[in-house]
Design a protein around this ligand. Structure first.
Ligand code: FES
Length: 165
């Protein structure tokens, strides 16, 4: 079956003979967008995080055929080596990585998380409505779906706080 995925602003029509292909595998294997990483392939680590229609999701946990017509943003869509996104620059400034494998997922998750905060999604810590204060605990809670095996969490929190301004 044909599925149209708009990835980083470019529409791609994929013929998916096997409807069981995950969005993650479609991005990596069919579109060669290998910035999105496969860690656990079971929704546990967040390495595969992409943004779909403005919401962050684990791309290993959803089928590509379910995203016909959707707008998908991957790490390749938010910055280039010569023009890094503010979050990418902040991760470098604060050494927010060691091996770097989780970094694309961390940055995609943080990108969507900062937009959620900007839109006033309720605090994950208190449940309060309105724009929550972006405390370190709030950042940690909102980023709890993204695991860093090198345990760079303090630096990741610093980078996100810095990028949030
Ligand atoms: Fe998708 Fe780990 S690879 S959550």
């Amino acid at each position: 079956m044909d599925v149209t995925l708009t990835v980083n602003g470019t529409p791609h029509v994929l013929n998916l003979e096997d409807p069981r292909v995950s969005l993650l595998d479609a991005l990596r294997q069919r579109l060669d967008l290998t910035g999105t990483k496969k860690g656990c392939d079971h929704g546990q680590c967040g390495a595969c995080t992409v943004i779909v229609n403005g919401r962050r999701i684990n791309s290993c946990m959803t089928l590509a055929v379910m995203h016909d017509g959707d707008e998908i943003t991957t790490i390749e869509g938010i910055g280039t080596p010569g023009d890094l996104a503010p979050l990418q620059q902040a991760f470098i400034r604060h050494d927010g990585f060691q091996c770097g494998y989780c970094t694309p997922g961390q940055i995609m998750s943080a990108t969507a998380m900062l937009e959620e905060v900007r839109q006033g999604w309720p605090s994950q810590m208190t449940g309060d409505l309105g724009r929550p204060e972006l405390t370190d605990d709030e950042i940690r809670e909102r980023m709890s779906g993204n695991i860093c095996r090198c345990s760079c969490y303090p630096n990741i929190v610093d980078a996100i706080r810095d990028a949030a301004g």
